[in-house]
Design a protein around this ligand. Structure first.
Ligand SMILES: NC(=O)c1ccc[n+]([C@@H]2O[C@H](COP(=O)([O-])OP(=O)(O)OC[C@H]3O[C@@H](n4cnc5c(N)ncnc54)[C@H](O)[C@@H]3O)[C@@H](O)[C@H]2O)c1
Length: 338
């Protein structure tokens, strides 16, 4: 029996696939290596998984017609659906990419799950962005989330609603995980932690939106992975009891966040200390689609999975900078570790 991990060449999918392999699971990775950011990074992640016992990568666009048919004979028993078009700001530029990967793609995965004979659980990525301009902190899965402030958020909320319908109609055990700003080794170049670090090493200015007062619940990737695996092992029961998020079908929603929002200026100070470089800061106004603060209530996760993220930002940033400085930067720039 195998676990299908979509987006396995992506940041979180790569780490989840590696952790599943480390505990002896058979993993089928699926990715189409979209050019949203440096494809060399996606290829490098895939190369780090290739050849590990129990792993195979299928290169396909899961939203394309018939794309999932070749997976039919592979004994997929669980799915971790992490492939998507991410990013809030890019959804203002290329909304079609979000409709394709996050709407058509999510539906394709639900249809695959509906027809997979051995399927016992599908876990899928949602996002803290579904909370939109929600003023009540911390964000709880019981809160109303009807006012997204970006198309990205709207597609993630739509994924939750489509999942609710499929759990109700076809009794498929489904769990949506709302991730909060994930960072760590093999991270995403479009996100602040990476782009600030790169700018520090290259002596380029850093654009600080809204005077750096935005607060984010930065969550270390190992905590995300531990949460995904713990939840994967606990499919919601089809017992009519109310699940986190309010469903009476076998469909649960959880936040996975550090539950400790930090100002972006504090993140930058930690990055300056770890890199030993001073930032050249350019002030910029708050961007359309952005929110002031994110802050996860992880009570339901702790109650049901016995787990809550615990990595302090300073520790995670030290590990991130060590990876960037010693592994990635020498690899792409030929520069040493100075
Ligand atoms: N990283 C975060 O902070 C964060 C926060 C909230 C939610 N999420 C969600 O978590 C999931 C994983 O995010 P990530 O940070 O690893 O992003 P990522 O972009 O690094 O990974 C996504 C992967 O999906 C692949 N992909 C996209 N469309 C595809 C398609 N149609 N067919 C096959 N593969 C496709 C991409 O090539 C990429 O490798 C996404 O659903 C994202 O929306 C991430």
């Amino acid at each position: 029996m195998a676990v299908l991990v979509t987006g396995a060449a992506g940041f979180i999918g790569f780490h989840v696939a590696a952790a599943l392999l480390a505990r002896g699971e058979t993993v089928v990775g699926l990715d189409c290596f979209t050019p949203y950011y440096d494809v060399r990074l996606k290829r490098a992640r895939a190369a780090a998984l290739a050849g590990r016992p129990g792993f195979r990568m299928v290169e396909a666009d899961f939203a394309g017609p018939g794309a999932l048919a070749p997976l039919a004979g592979l004994g997929i028993e669980r799915i971790v659906h992490l492939g998507a078009q991410p990013g809030v700001r890019y959804s203002l530029e290329n909304p079609e990419a979000y409709a394709h990967a996050n709407l058509a793609g999510h539906l394709a995965l639900l249809e695959f799950a509906r027809r997979a004979p051995a399927l016992s659980h599908m876990v899928y990525a949602s996002s803290s962005s579904v909370y939109g301009a929600n003023q009540r902190l911390p964000f709880a899965v019981e809160d109303r989330v009807d006012h997204p402030v970006s198309l990205y958020a709207a597609t993630k909320r739509a994924d939750e609603l489509m999942s609710e319908a499929y759990a109700h109609l076809f009794r498929i055990p489904l769990t949506g995980l709302r991730f909060f700003t994930v960072y760590g080794p093999w991270g995403r170049p479009d996100m602040a932690v990476w782009s600030f670090t790169e700018a520090l090493y290259e002596g380029r200015p850093i654009r600080l939106f809204a005077g750096g007062r935005l607060r984010r619940d930065f969550t270390y990737v190992d905590d995300i992975v531990a949460g995904v695996l713990a939840i994967l092992d606990r499919p919601p029961a089809d017992d009519g009891a109310e699940k986190p998020g309010g469903s009476l079908a076998p469909h649960a929603l959880y936040n996975i966040g550090n539950s400790r929002p930090e100002r972006v200026t504090d993140l930058l100070a930690l990055l300056e200390a770890e890199t030993g470089r001073r930032a050249i800061v350019e002030e910029a106004p708050m961007q359309p689609g952005d929110v002031e603060a994110t802050y996860a209530d992880v009570g339901p996760l702790e109650r049901d999975a016995g787990f809550r993220p615990a990595t302090p930002l300073a520790d995670g940033i030290a590990r991130w900078v060590a990876w960037y400085r010693d592994v990635w930067r020498p690899r792409v720039s030929g520069k040493g570790t100075g």
